[in-house]
Ligand binder design. Structure first.
Ligand code: ADP
Length: 177
């Protein structure tokens, strides 16, 4: 977990490679659905372009089918759950699959630094939601809808300082693991 720009995707990719886990990024999956012009993609697009969250029911049904397909594999979830209803829905899915969350990592970075990072990334990301206005909107949505998950997972959450180089942040995570 972590706000937009904290480095979730970057670190998830490194960990997935190191520990042979499957990296599931809901942002990447949704962008794939948009480029394939599927029903899910068409439904998601306007929310994503505006920096809003895609509705919980869309995410939950998409993730339920993905997690059923990947049963018994080790997975790093990146960008999901992102709301309390999604976290509750994920618990239900895992209960059905007789599976569970082993670790929750939260990468935190000060908001002004995040905005600066995202504006820099915007120059070559080609993402429609990487304009300054939408970046600020995404931080606001994070604070309102996603930050409450820190309390939801308070018993298992591990806080990782996301300020520093990619390598430094990886080392902090590896130290914990
Ligand atoms: P970032 O975390 O940098 O904003 P992501 O690629 O993780 O980037 O997400 C991009 C967009 O995809 C989000 O702003 C949102 O619209 C949508 N999205 C991704 N994951 C979810 C989710 N779990 N619930 C709702 N919307 C999501």
């Amino acid at each position: 977990m972590g706000p937009p720009g904290a480095g979730k995707g970057t670190q998830a990719k490194i960990l997935a490679e190191k520990y042979s886990l499957i990296h599931l990024s809901t942002g990447d999956i949704l962008r794939g659905e948009i480029s394939k012009k599927t029903d899910t993609g068409q439904e998601a697009q306007s929310y994503m372009d505006a920096g809003n969250l895609v509705p919980d029911n869309v995410l939950l049904s998409m993730m339920e089918s993905t997690l059923i397909e990947l049963q018994n594999s080790g997975i790093i979830l990146d960008g999901f759950p992102r709301t309390i209803p999604q976290a509750k829905g994920l618990n239900d899915i895992f209960e059905k699959l007789n599976s569970k969350i082993n670790h929750v990592l939260n990468i935190h970075v000060e908001e002004s630094k995040l905005i600066k990072r995202l504006i820099e990334r915007a120059q070559n990301s080609g993402r429609k939601d990487d304009t300054e206005e939408v970046i600020i909107k995404r931080q606001k949505v994070y604070t309102e809808l996603t930050a409450p998950l820190i309390n939801f997972y308070k018993n298992e959450i591990i806080q990782i300082d996301g300020d520093g180089t990619i390598d430094q942040v990886t080392q902090r995570i590896l130290e914990y693991i």
